[in-house]
Design a binder for this molecule. Structure first.
Ligand SMILES: Cc1cc2nc3c(=O)[nH]c(=O)nc-3n(C[C@H](O)[C@H](O)[C@H](O)COP(=O)(O)OP(=O)(O)OC[C@H]3O[C@@H](n4cnc5c(N)ncnc54)[C@H](O)[C@@H]3O)c2cc1C
Ligand SMILES: *[C@@H]1O[C@H](CO)[C@@H](O)[C@H](O)[C@H]1NC(C)=O
Length: 489
């Protein structure tokens, strides 16, 4: 008790605008979106504590080889469907940001699939395999919607594949594996073995918002959608575009959240500062919640911990390479190409940027999961050597120059992220998933991993921020005292 009083003496009290005071942990898409919703509801006594030196979190552009590339989110996924993706409204809509975007066309992969030792596969052969994969996906969606009727709770995507292919480990052989990888791992960053059939087939993102995806290649960066939201309630320097609002505190790492009788106390790294508020909204990633970076005092209840630890944080790594000159095929239908290795997921999906970054001579190769973790732990030089070996195998007749620069984002090693986005694993039901979002006393949760329908995506994070803020607003006003407010006891 004496200790608590001592600490309280150092608490930084800011002005109280009358309404409740809310601390938001994290200035990524969901935290910034939650802050906007609270502000609209008149809750303006906010403090946003962000560990890094910037806003945007997993939406993060970087200068590479003279162009602005995206180390995190890159596509607006789910466009041209029945419903409007709210991120698309911001990125492309009139009155929005008018970001430079390009619809990605994956329909020519059959003509762009390279053999392990070089040269292209016969297009007709690859087309046949893709057709079969599409048929299996369709039967997977049917099976998924029939699961409840059969009394079956869930199965992995791979179990569904076994039913179709009669192969214990799904598609085998370099070609079948890379096509399988492209359809599953390239979207969910985990293999079909880990992914829930029930909760990913069909996927609400494409079902509701449409099947198209638009690649953002804008000098302002994809993160400008986060700034676009922030500007609407945080004081902004309109010349530089910088957020100058004193309620946004960068370089502030939250380490401990303590429940007090009628409030919550938040301690930061090195106890630089102590904050106290009526409510806290935690928007740190699922990966962060699975570590002990943020300690809860007392510990979170068992049901909450289980919901957090049961879900998966996946890893998706975008490796950019800069070359002294282009040696890869260009022109219509040549944007994406695949490398079919007998090692599943070994430098599998490649992208060139003739339209997006003209004249930049940059390639992007994407790896996920185990390969991501392996590559994060080795030197960039080693990764460059491996990628060069693959490229020289793909183009045996060509004079392939060494890449001169490489960019390897390390989302998994970064203690403020611990991965890239959540993936729905087999064995977590809807109710258990909802518990990830459920508040525990005065502490609320948001982030893409709490999104009702769109976990893993930018629009999921955006909508989750609004939803979690609404739950807080309702609970604070005691409009609503069921599970949403109390969690499970
Ligand atoms: C490589 C990659 C590719 C992706 N591709 C796409 C894509 O193409 N399309 C798409 O829609 N989505 C994509 N995503 C997913 C999308 O980026 C995320 O779903 C979304 O940005 C997550 O927002 P968030 O607010 O939930 O989390 P975050 O952006 O992680 O925000 C949380 C914030 O909390 C901060 N934080 C963490 N711990 C602490 C602490 N202890 N104290 C204070 N602050 C803390 C973090 O620094 C971060 O800024 C991708 C993500 C990655 C990484
Ligand atoms: C994007 O916005 C432009 C300009 O308003 C419009 O012409 C175009 O159709 C939009 N694209 C999509 C896919 O909605």
């Amino acid at each position: 008790m004496g200790l608590v009083l001592l600490v309280l003496a150092h608490v930084a009290f800011l002005s109280n605008a009358g309404g409740p005071r809310v601390i938001i942990v994290g200035a990524g898409m969901s935290g910034i979106s939650a802050g906007k919703r609270l502000s609209e509801a008149g809750i303006t006594d906010l403090v946003i504590l962000e560990a890094t030196d910037r806003m945007g979190g997993r939406i993060h552009n970087a200068k590479f080889a003279g162009v602005n590339v995206e180390m995190g989110a890159n596509w607006v996924e789910g466009v041209n469907g029945d419903e409007m993706n709210p991120i698309w409204t911001m990125a492309n809509g009139t009155g929005g940001l008018n970001l430079r975007t390009f619809r990605s066309d994956f329909s020519h992969l059959a003509g762009n699939t390279y053999k392990q030792d070089g040269g292209l596969y016969d297009e007709k052969l690859v087309e046949k395999i893709i057709e079969r994969v599409d048929e299996v996906a369709e039967s997977g969606r049917k099976l998924s919607s029939a699961l409840h009727h059969n009394g079956q709770l869930d199965m992995s995507v791979m179990v569904m594949q076994r039913l179709n292919y009669h192969m214990p480990s799904g598609p085998v052989g370099p070609l079948d594996m890379v096509i399988d990888y492209y359809h599953h791992d390239f979207e969910f960053a985990e293999p079909p073995r880990d992914t829930s059939l029930l909760n990913t087939q069909p996927l609400a993102t494409f079902n509701n918002f449409g099947n198209d995806v638009y690649f953002v290649a804008d000098h302002r960066g994809y993160e400008s959608v986060v700034y676009h939201i922030a500007e609407q309630y945080l004081e902004t320097d309109h010349k530089s575009g910088a957020i100058v609002d004193p309620r946004l505190k960068l370089n502030t790492v939250v380490r401990e959240i303590t429940y007090l009788p009628n409030s919550v106390m938040v301690n930061t790294e090195d106890n630089k500062e102590v904050y106290q508020a009526d409510y806290v909204i935690v928007s740190a990633s699922l990966g962060v919640l699975q570590t002990d970076l943020i300690r809860f005092n007392p510990e979170l209840p068992w049901w909450k911990m289980m919901s957090i630890y049961q879900f998966n944080m996946a890893v998706y790594t975008k490796i950019f390479l800069k070359f002294p000159r282009r040696f890869w095929p260009e022109g219509p239908g040549k944007q994406f190409f695949l490398y079919a290795s007998d090692r599943r997921g070994y430098y599998p999906v490649w992208q060139q940027f003739q339209k997006e970054y003209p004249g930049s001579d940059v390639l992007l190769v994407t790896v996920t999961d185990d390969e991501s973790r392996r590559i994060e732990q080795q030197s960039d030089k080693q990764t460059l050597t491996e990628a060069m070996e693959v490229l020289r195998k793909m183009f045996p007749g060509k004079d392939v120059p060494d890449a001169t620069e490489i960019l390897v984002p390390r989302w998994w090693s970064n203690r403020f992220f611990r991965g890239t986005f959540s993936n729905w694993p087999i064995g977590v039901n809807r109710y258990e998933y909802d518990l990830i979002r459920a508040p525990v006393g005065r502490v609320y949760f948001t982030g893409e991993h709490t999104s009702e329908k769109y976990n893993g995506y930018v629009h999921g994070a955006y909508l989750a921020g609004i939803d979690s803020a609404n739950i807080l607003i309702n609970c604070a006003e005691k409009k609503n005292v069921h599970l949403q407010c109390q969690g499970k006891t």
